[in-house]
Write a protein that binds this ligand. Sequence first.
Ligand code: ATP
Ligand code: MG
Length: 390
Amino acid sequence: MKKFTHQPLLPGSTLGVLGGGQLGRMFVHQAQAMGYFTAVLDADPDSPAGLVSHHHIQTGYEDPAGLAELARVSDAVTTEFENVPATALATLAGERPVSPTASAVSVAQDRAREKAHFVGCGVPCAPYAVIETAEQLQAISLDLLPGILKTARMGYDGKGQVRVKTAAELAAAWDAVGKVPCVLEKMLPLALECSVIVARGADGVAVHLPVQRNLHRDGILAVTEVYEQNLPPALATQAVAAAKSVAEGLQYVGVLCVEFFVLQDGSLVVNEIAPRPHNSGHYSQNACDVSQFELQVRTMAGLPLTQPRQHSPAVMLNLLGDLWFAQGDMQQTPRWADVLALPGTHLHLYGKRDAKRGRKMGHLNITAATPETARATALQAAALLGIAPF
Ligand code: ATP
Ligand code: MG
């Protein structure tokens, strides 16, 4: 495996990324702002990141020639997508420094391994059972019901999840997902959800962004709020410590998001990890002196990590494709000019050609001098865009 040297890759080098979605696009923008060249591997000629990168290798993640080309043009490689085949990362690691590593990504790709890792780190997660066989299904403890059956692999934005109340519903749900490996998680009484972005360098130095409070709607992140007192301070401290120990346990290099549930009794439970920048960290682009994408650049280039400082209270609104549809199927353009007339609004759109319901098209960061003003402006923007109040 190509090790990190003690010499950082300085601007002028080329940074490569597997995956051409919006996270790759924002990574590319940040890398270019710092004077790097970029390479994106994504089969889609219109991929958001491919459209703005110096190099765009238009092949699948398993294409040996594409991977070889990515390794040839890049001085280091990262990923923006956790479902890239771990073998692709392992192949690239023979040629170039790759962060995060194939082994860390493969833990995040598999809910069963991910949960085992949490248990190993002593960080509490929801009670769960792995279901890979009919025998395991039969043996499920009824204590786990009502629960959520989640496919072990390839889930995102609430996809691959079925809520079940009874053993019969569970059996039907496992049938419906094609009897693929799953975990059944006990349905927990949530008070709120939060997440922490950690960045860890090859030298073991770890820094973090402030704890994000997240609101999901229909299994998709809708709103993130970050300011002092967005959740009880003791809980925030606990979440940061837990996130760091999850990263440490993986010997992680790169940007990691750790998602948590806060239960109605006030206890903190880890939900899942994403081995990359995360939607809930987007506010850092406008509210922090170092964004999560700069942290990704710094970790992969072996540059020093300094503890980021949030300089403005922030709210992030996700802009889903639904906003492009008025009543029924009539297309409309969201009222950008009216939204941007509100002080402290920062529009980020991902350059996707077609709006579809549920598709992440962009986000709006709102910054202000106080949390109250940030929230009030965000609510005004939400009303203009047709996003329900929060
Ligand atoms: P993403 O990758 O977009 O974060 P996902 O598809 O991986 O989402 P999860 O994070 O597992 O899905 O779950 C999506 C949402 O469903 C959670 O944010 C939470 O609101 C709810 N949820 C998931 N598991 C539980 C649980 N055990 N108890 C209560 N609610 C849950
Ligand atoms: Mg999630």
